[in-house]
Design a protein around this ligand. Structure first.
Ligand SMILES: Nc1ncnc2c1ncn2[C@@H]1O[C@H](COP(=O)(O)OP(=O)(O)O)[C@@H](O)[C@H]1O
Ligand SMILES: [Mg+2]
Length: 319
């Protein structure tokens, strides 16, 4: 409220100044432009941070992780909108046991606005459901796709906009990934998934010139050591051949309980909050937004610190 008042005051001030400013402006003119004003004052509508979750190979756990990370971020106090951007195999709503009335299809058809199709869930986050087999988004030009992501990020009141994308380096996927602030690449320890993750990173770098923050999650890891081996390797070859720094966000254990939650159409962090994989997801969420995490499950924090090569005290994470 105070911030809004400040913004209003600044606007008023700027208005008064511009009325009294000399007509030719020039150097030293005191008129505040709208953009300057927005820089000085907190904008009334915050732009949410756009995080795209993607992979080279399909079936590595993007959607499962997106749903659960989104809920983890919600629990950290973030207002989260999860957008199902997999236009071939939309399934976010299925993972959450939700039958949507409208999806992105109606928006692409021009029948609804994005803000009309937001679905609140009982899990502390909102979602926008995807539609299966729609090619419209693929046919958009790059500029139109950028605009689409821009519109998503401008939906009011969200801190984080998480986009679950499809797999692969097609323009359909890259078009959603490239405008994001953070790009999260998911892989598993399978050699084919690793190779394809590298291919994805390479395509992102080729298209964006190594300007994007690329982050990595190793899913379905049998152990922290195995996960570390995979992420170290990907980070090192990306640095060596692509001259890009890839940051490790963490790993998630392979666990039957994950599949059990998928079968019950209830998100894993909700159904099995005390599981090892849920603890991993909580840590990843916290790292994503630089927050600290409450430790439910003993030992995972130390595991994570070790995995990330930090080995420091929790206070450092919070700083
Ligand atoms: N941590 C995990 N442990 C066990 N199985 C997993 C895990 N993560 C994903 N899976 C399995 O992988 C399948 C594919 O996951 P999904 O999220 O749909 O992948 P994507 O969105 O990348 O295609 C899930 O249905 C589940 O059976
Ligand atoms: Mg998916």
């Amino acid at each position: 409220m105070e911030i809004m008042d400040q913004a209003a005051n600044l606007r008023k001030l700027a208005g008064e100044r511009s009325e009294s400013a000399p007509p030719s402006g020039g150097v030293g003119a005191t008129t505040l432009e709208r953009t300057e004003l927005e820089e000085i004052s907190e904008p009334e509508t915050r732009r949410g941070r756009v995080v795209a979750v993607t992979s080279g190979k399909g079936g590595v756990g993007k959607s499962t992780l997106s749903v659960n990370m989104a809920i983890a971020l919600g629990r950290l106090g973030k207002k989260v909108l999860l957008f199902d951007g997999d236009l071939g195999l939309a399934n976010i709503n299925v993972l959450m046991g939700i039958i949507p009335e409208f999806s992105i299809y109606e928006v692409l058809k021009g029948k609804k606005k994005l803000s009309d199709i937001i679905i609140p869930t009982g899990f502390g986050i909102d979602i926008i459901a995807g539609a299966n087999g729609i090619s419209q988004l693929a046919n958009l030009t790059d500029a139109q796709r950028d605009l689409f992501v821009e519109q998503l990020s401008e939906l009011e009141g969200y801190d984080v906009l998480l986009i679950d994308t499809g797999a692969g380096v097609g323009s359909n996927v890259l078009g959603l990934v490239l405008p994001a602030d953070d790009i999260v690449v998911v892989t598993t320890p399978e050699p084919t998934a690793i190779t394809d993750a590298y291919g994805m990173i390479k395509s992102i770098v080729a298209a964006s010139g190594a300007t994007k923050k690329i982050k990595l999650i190793v899913n379905r890891a049998p152990s922290a050591i195995e996960a570390k081996r995979v992420s170290d390797r990907l980070m090192s070859i990306s640095g060596q051949f692509l001259k890009v720094g890839v940051e490790s966000l963490g790993f998630v254990f392979e666990e039957n309980l994950v599949q059990k939650s998928i079968r019950s159409q209830r998100p894993h962090v909700v159904l099995y909050p005390g599981s090892k994989s849920a603890a991993c997801i909580n840590h990843i969420g916290a790292r994503l937004v630089n927050a600290s995490v409450k430790e439910d499950s003993q030992g995972i924090f130390a595991f994570f610190q070790q995995f990330l090569g930090l080995g420091q005290s929790r206070n450092n994470e919070e700083a």
